[in-house]
Design a protein around this ligand. Structure first.
Ligand SMILES: *Cc1c(COP(=O)(O)O)cnc(C)c1O
Length: 389
């Protein structure tokens, strides 16, 4: 299947050649831990399931194509994928991470890698001067960013960061989970490595955990495969199959997520209970340059009311939602609402959260693909809970 074809065509056909034995249009799911060898010293390219599985390879072919990489390595989760990248480095190597970062990655850097002598500095990547200064002063080997970021949905100019990072010969890692490969391809903008939690938009149906790394450097990809095989952070075949099934509709889902999110963002801006709305579509310059659509995520801060704690206010809204589920995670077909301060970012200390703007009144929405009107009505009735307790 040639690589110049459109996104939807590749999403549907990459790694999905009909089965040569039976003609099955959808390739079979290989549930096997091992492979029978015809003779001692001979095998068909598959030896043991921790390293080799055709179902997972098919998924990797699709992921590599959609992210414009040379190859992809699928892991048991987004965290396992992130961890494998950090294992490429050693004690004494420094990490520079964007301040607005997925809570789990922050925890990995602080609770695991710092203890092993890999220290991380955090800066706001939108502040170009801070970024440049820290790069020269701290000489990091790896630079880690997300865009749009989590939970404040800041859009960072990947190409601009890539130029600065290349000068330092550091490895630029972009977590592309929030955008998905439909909206943005960081490798085209100068990133060295793209990491995904495929649990989110790529899987798309909130029924499977997985992660992946995509890159162009085949030596780097081989080292990651070796780390995966050695540590056992492999994605199981059934998870690979489900994720690949989800990918086929990624493009149309992303279009619909974007349509709904734009309407939700507009609605929230006009609502009297809402103080601030964070939405990549409102930071249009960089977003429109590097993203196909602004995506499906919207965050909001409730207007503070007298005699009410922001946490109690947020709870009043979240507990009233009925179409939106109160849940961690994002990127599924169903709309989800979360409270970063107590959920996804609870691992970030309170003073750090306050400094970064992750207040108790902050709510993060993963806008699903339901009927727009039902989502707006649900938000409307729930936000009334913040105004009239
Ligand atoms: C969920 C998420 C992760 C972690 O992925 P898991 O699949 O949950 O391990 C990493 N980065 C971002 C941006 C995420 O949203």
């Amino acid at each position: 299947m040639p690589n110049h074809q459109g996104f939807h065509t590749r999403a549907i056909h990459k790694g999905q050649e009909p089965d040569p034995v039976t003609g099955a249009t959808v390739p079979p799911l290989y549930l096997t831990s091992t492979y029978t060898q015809p003779r001692l010293g001979e095998h068909l390219g598959y030896e043991y399931g921790r390293n080799d599985n055709p179902t997972r390879e098919a998924l990797e072919e699709a992921l590599a194509s959609l992210e414009h990489g040379e190859g992809a390595v699928a892991f048991a989760s987004g965290m396992a994928a992130s961890d494998a990248i950090l294992r490429l480095f050693a004690t004494g190597d420094r990490v520079l991470a964007a301040e607005d970062l997925y809570g789990g990655v922050y925890r990995l850097l602080e609770r695991v890698y710092r203890g092993q002598g890999m220290e991380t500095d955090y800066v706001d990547f939108a502040q170009r001067q801070d970024l440049e200064e820290t790069l020269t002063k701290k000489q990091p080997r790896v630079v880690w960013m997300e865009t749009p970021s989590n939970p404040l949905l800041h859009v960072i100019d990947i190409a601009e960061v890539a130029v600065l990072v290349k000068r330092q010969r550091a490895l630029l890692v972009v977590d592309n989970t929030f955008a998905s490969p439909y909206n943005q391809n960081p490798l085209d903008l100068g990133a060295d490595v793209v990491v995904h939690s495929t649990t989110k938009y790529i899987g798309g149906h909130s029924d499977v955990i997985g992660g992946a790394v995509v890159a162009r450097d085949s030596e780097l990809l081989d080292r990651l495969r070796c780390i995966r095989n050695t540590t056992g952070a492999t994605l199981g075949p059934f998870e690979a199959w489900l994720t690949h099934r989800g990918i086929k509709t990624l493009g149309i889902r992303m279009e619909r997520h974007a349509e709904n999110a734009a309407k939700v963002a507009e609605y929230l801006v006009a609502h009297p209970a809402v103080e601030t709305v964070y939405y990549p579509g409102f930071q249009s310059q960089i977003a429109s340059r590097q993203m196909r659509t602004p995506g499906g995520m919207v965050s909001l801060v409730l207007k503070s009311a007298e005699h009410r704690q922001p946490l109690a206010q947020a709870a009043a809204v979240l507990n009233r939602l009925t179409v939106f589920s109160l849940a961690e995670s994002l990127g599924g077909v169903e709309s989800l609402a979360g409270h970063p301060a107590t959920m996804t970012h609870a691992a970030v200390p309170k003073h750090e959260r306050d400094r970064r703007g992750i207040s108790d009144g902050l709510i993060r929405l993963s806008v699903g693909i339901e009927d727009t009107q039902d989502l707006l009505e649900d938000l409307g009735q729930a936000l009334d809970g913040a105004l009239h307790p």
